[in-house]
Design a protein around this ligand. Structure first.
Ligand code: CUA
Length: 192
């Protein structure tokens, strides 16, 4: 009758020092992985890729229409001396002002938006241009459009009962449609 021996043969066991060194090796690997992940967070954060593009510049939402950058006459697309274009929008329940903006193709575009009331969303269809618009802050986003065409710009942050109907348009046009825009002019879709 064979009786099984409950005590394992000590020759089959790894020496304790081998187990310890193996455990220590895995500990070092884990520490290295954590270190790499932490460095990725720090580096991307410092180089602005994780940094939210809003919350940088502050603005008083109660006086937008009275003074400063977002008065009505300054909204829309403006050409800059360096050839780039700055586009300014106000988001408010439940519309964007202006409702439609023209921008030139293959040109650096600088979007600046702010909210007059609650948090809204800024999203230009078919691109990765996407940010929150928070009252009291200026959302500052840079983009460049490779193709001409009309892009929907819906509010993608729930902002109230009229949220689903809140949208504007960005119409990307050939560059020559912008060549004669003066520095004081602001271009919207109705202006040309
Ligand atoms: Cu504005 Cu949703």
């Amino acid at each position: 009758m064979a009786s099984s021996n409950p005590v394992p043969n000590t020759a089959d066991l790894l020496p304790e020092r081998l187990i310890t060194s193996s455990e220590r090796r895995w500990l070092y690997v884990m520490a290295a992985i954590l270190g790499v992940m932490f460095s990725v967070i720090v580096v991307t954060g410092m180089t602005n890729m994780l940094h939210p593009p809003n919350d940088v510049e502050k603005i008083d939402p109660t006086t937008l229409h009275l003074q400063g950058e977002f008065v009505e006459s300054n909204l829309g697309a403006a050409t800059e001396p360096d050839g780039s274009v700055t586009v300014r929008f106000i988001a408010q329940q439940y519309t964007f002002v202006p409702q439609c903006v023209k921008v030139p193709v293959s040109t650096p575009i600088h979007f600046r938006l702010t909210s007059a009331d609650v948090v809204h969303g800024f999203f230009v269809g078919d691109t990765n241009t996407n940010a929150m618009i928070v009252p009291g802050f200026i959302t500052d986003i840079r983009a460049k459009f490779k193709n001409t065409g009309s892009l929907t710009m819906p509010c993608d942050e729930f902002c109230g009962f009229g949220h689903h109907a809140m949208a504007a348009r960005v119409v990307v046009v050939p560059k020559d449609q912008f060549s004669n825009v003066g520095p004081e002019e602001r271009v919207t879709c109705g202006a040309q």
